[in-house]
Design a protein around this ligand. Sequence first.
Ligand code: PHE
Length: 352
Amino acid sequence: MSEATIPIQVEDLRAKASRELESVPDLDGLEAWRITYTGRRGQLTQLLRGLGALPSEERREAGAVANAVRAALEESLAEREDQLKRAAMEASLSADAIDVTMPGWPVPKGGLHITTRIVREICSAFASMGFTTVEGPEVEWDTYNFEKLNIPKGHPARDMWATLWIDHIDEDGEHPMLLRTHTSPMQARIMEATEPPVRVVVPGRCYRYEATDPTHEWHFYQIEGLAVDRGITLADLKGTLYEFARRIFGSERKVRFRCDYFPFVEPGVDMSIDCFLCDGVGCRVCQDTGWIEIMGAGMVHPQVLENVGYDPNIYTGFAFGMGPERVAMLKYGIEDIRLFYANDLRFLRQFA
Ligand code: PHE
């Protein structure tokens, strides 16, 4: 390197460095540029090392040029740093900016439980036939759950209801309090509280001391129905329940009544609908019978009427009891009753 050319070299370096500085893309690039040109081992510093060998006149001149260039480059560096920082800030601001045209987060919306829905549907089908909806206690006295319903203590029919007893013992050492095993105790409560005519449906929770499986839960709902008046016959029972089945399961449904036993009705029946899946031909859902049982029913036993102070020579009535979960299972093809109360949103959302 010829000593006389140092100022020219410095100028060249300045031109090259300035050009490069323009195209430094970011702060990391800027630091690399500084190390290359103005840093302690940078190219400008290297050039200045040659100054010592120059005659003093020239050295002063070249030194002045070199110092001016260093100052200019350092100033450009600071400017470029400023520029890049501002650009980075603007970029991050616009990245975080709120786009007011974007749709908002959906607000989680609750829905009615499938049991609530089917209970309301069934009750409103009966409401249009003149039945009022009433509710009653889930903790009951033995008297209402059994005795007034013609099921005295020690009667073998008590075995039909595996009972959860409340830990409350009376003077005789008996457990008179329980979780109702069915909604039928409300038959007695309603008749005691009102004069005929009576037309009510009673939806509510029931409890049984039972192992669970696809068709049994230890707690479940029932809908009780009761109609008492002068001159009510089995034909009224059949007509009312037939109409109910058509409203819930469609106008094509057929119904079948067969004899069954419940201590508080005489005669007692169970009601089936023809299988909606196979139209009565026989399939897995109806266990090849073509029929699906949906409730117990019957004419209110004269003893029950007497127990609540109604004169069985004047009044007659019919009663029925059905499981709304069972109705929903048939209507929607649900295969396991335990799904209703397992709180799995994937199941529940299908009906919400
Ligand atoms: N309570 C009965 C049960 O739980 C059902 C029923 C109600 C039957 C009314 C007849 C009349 O099994």
